[in-house]
Design a binder for this molecule. Structure first.
Ligand code: NAP
Length: 279
């Protein structure tokens, strides 16, 4: 059976999802197609109606549509409702269901990297935007129970902590307090866009008080190592970028559409080669 999937965003031309998914289809010798569709906000409803009309199997959804797309779907998974955003749509017999695989993709990459039970580790999330909501809610749902959230706009961190309370208690601290208490944390996760290309000289927090051996993770993967990760590594931190999160969020979508296990090694090396400029 020939199936068509894709990604919608605005703009979309820099997305690495088409290459990543096509490499998986090729590796498994399946005749599926994946396209990037540039959809303006004004055309979002038409695009989603088109998924039903044309019988596409599913879509990934990226900026700026992750929240607004929810109004056009038939059903939304519980975790995506909590997060308030959808990044994956699955078409089952004309009914469109929305999921959010960002948080689960991140959690899988973090667990693999830390390689021990993370539930009782002291964990800090920097940021309170869309990616932070996905990560914080997925972590607390999974049992992480010592979560602290900090953000430039503290009211947003407070709102996110309240949402997390449904699963597990999360508290809020100012960035200034965090910088003083940094040695308290075992895991530090940057979910803000600070440090992303082209602003590669910026850092979301100062690391003067970082404890040796702390896991420092950044959702960003362009640059491959942000200034935060470079400084953390210099201070004896163990660092993880956002590449595996990207691969695993895509792999989870792949599995929902195809029912097959995603070849994540192939998907990762495809993205890596593109980041290095290798075709
Ligand atoms: P978002 O909803 O716009 O949230 C942005 C966050 O960054 C907010 O907490 C915001 O703080 C903070 N921020 C932005 N500029 C700042 C500045 N100059 N100073 C202080 N704080 C600042 O964005 P998002 O969708 O969550 O994405 C955040 C990052 O995650 C992006 O770099 C994105 O590429 C990355 N991401 C990666 C993956 C992956 O697969 N690896 C997936 C999703 C997202 P305020 O609340 O104070 O504005």
């Amino acid at each position: 059976m020939n199936m068509v999937m894709g990604v919608i965003g605005y703009p979309i031309k820099h997305s690495l999802s088409p290459e990543m998914h096509r490499s998986a289809y090729k590796n498994l010798h399946i005749d599926y197609a994946y396209h990037a569709f540039e959809v303006s906000p004004a055309n979002l409803k038409n695009a989603i109606d088109g998924v039903r009309g044309l019988g596409l199997k599913g879509l990934n959804v990226t900026i700026p549509h992750k929240v607004e797309v929810m109004a056009h779907l038939d059903e939304i998974d519980d975790l995506a409702v909590e997060i308030g955003a959808v990044n994956t749509i699955v078409n089952v017999d004309g009914k469109l269901k929305g999921y959010n695989t960002d948080g689960e993709g991140y959690l899988k990459s973090l667990k693999e990297y830390v390689n021990k039970d993370i539930r009782n580790l002291n964990t800090l999330i920097i940021g309170a935007g869309g990616a932070a909501r996905a990560v914080a809610l997925t972590l607390t749902k999974d049992g992480v129970n010592n979560l602290v959230i900090t953000n430039r706009t503290l009211s947003k961190a407070e709102d996110l902590a309240e949402r997390c309370a449904k699963f597990s208690e999360a508290t809020v601290q100012t960035i200034k307090d965090i910088e003083t208490n940094l040695q308290d944390f075992d895991i530090i996760i940057n979910t803000t866009s600070i440090g992303m290309s082209p602003n590669i000289d910026e850092m979301p927090i100062k690391l003067d008080n970082l404890k040796e051996g702390t896991f420092v993770s950044d959702l960003i993967y362009t640059p491959f190592k942000t200034k935060l990760l470079i400084e953390a590594e210099n201070k004896g931190g163990k660092v993880l970028n956002g590449l595996d999160m990207f691969v695993y969020q895509g792999a989870l979508a792949f599995e929902k559409w195809t029912g097959l296990q995603a070849p994540t090694d192939i998907m990762r090396s495809t993205v890596l080669n593109h980041l290095k400029g290798v075709k």
